[in-house]
Design a protein around this ligand. Structure first.
Ligand SMILES: [Zn+2]
Ligand SMILES: [Zn+2]
Length: 259
């Protein structure tokens, strides 16, 4: 499994993009960095796009992906929970119409094909097994476990707050890509908005190790990219890695990992 980290932050600038990864060139999760990271041909090679939840930083490239696929007389296949479909339909159909509604345009073969999925009901895309697992965010949200034909496992959390111990039993990842949005100094606001800090991540990984008996490599995403919070998060993650004797590193745009 080759994983390209297209966006690893919760914001966007010339240098950083919101959450988005690309697996083996055909399977993407979240749509925060598809447009500005990929060529048109790389975009068209995406056979499935999994969305974790409907917050703007995770769906923002979908309307333009619709346009890019429409121009090529193609369709992009999006898989997610029903609340994401409702948000997209609302967005496109906003009074006065924000943009062409590619969920039903062109009528004979819409540029976006949306498949509603149910958490904990496995499905497959090509030979890859996909399991959506409910996580603890402020709106309905799922993480995804992706299993390759060779049995390599990735778990991608999407946005989540604390309290993941009840989902660990569903997954057995070789790599966890998990959000850590803010530094520990922002614990109160992170908790209120259902996000993780390095200290909260430590608690979640401790429960993972207790339940599963091991700890895989961890890559964090969705961090605030601005200084000084960026450096605070990195320092606190280093401390957690030492305390847990674990392999924990912050992701960055352009990072590639092979499992
Ligand atoms: Zn969110
Ligand atoms: Zn987010």
């Amino acid at each position: 499994m080759n994983i390209r980290f297209l966006g690893t932050h919760n914001s966007e600038s010339k240098d950083v993009r919101p959450a988005c990864i690309l697996i083996d060139n055909f399977l993407a999760i979240d749509a925060g960095g598809l447009i500005s990271s990929l060529t048109f041909s790389e975009q068209l090679a995406i056979e499935a796009l999994l969305i974790t939840h409907h917050h703007y930083d995770h769906i923002k490239d979908i309307p333009m992906m619709g346009m890019n696929f429409y121009v090529q007389k193609a369709g992009i296949n999006i898989y997610s929970i029903p609340s994401v479909y409702e948000a997209l339909a609302y967005l496109f159909e906003y009074p006065g119409k924000l943009y062409t509604n590619f969920l039903n345009h062109p009528p004979e073969h819409p540029a976006i094909n949306f498949t509603a999925i149910e958490p904990l009901k496995p499905f497959s895309i090509k030979q890859y097994q996909i399991l959506a697992v409910p996580v603890k965010h402020s709106v309905p949200s799922v993480g995804y476990q992706i299993t390759t034909p060779r049995g390599k496992n990735l778990f991608y959390s999407g946005d989540t707050g604390k309290g993941l111990e009840d989902i660990w039993r569903y997954i057995s990842p070789d790599l966890i890509v998990i959000e850590v949005t803010a530094a520990d100094g922002f614990l109160k606001s992170a908790t209120e908005t259902n996000h993780l800090t390095p200290g909260l991540l430590k608690d979640e990984l401790t429960s993972f190790r207790k339940i599963k008996g091991y700890l895989p490599k961890i890559i964090t995403v969705h961090m605030f990219p601005q200084s000084p919070e960026k450096e605070l998060i990195e320092d606190e993650l280093k401390q957690v890695a030492v305390e847990l004797n674990a392999d924990i590193i912050p992701g960055y745009e352009g990072m590639q990992i092979t499992l």
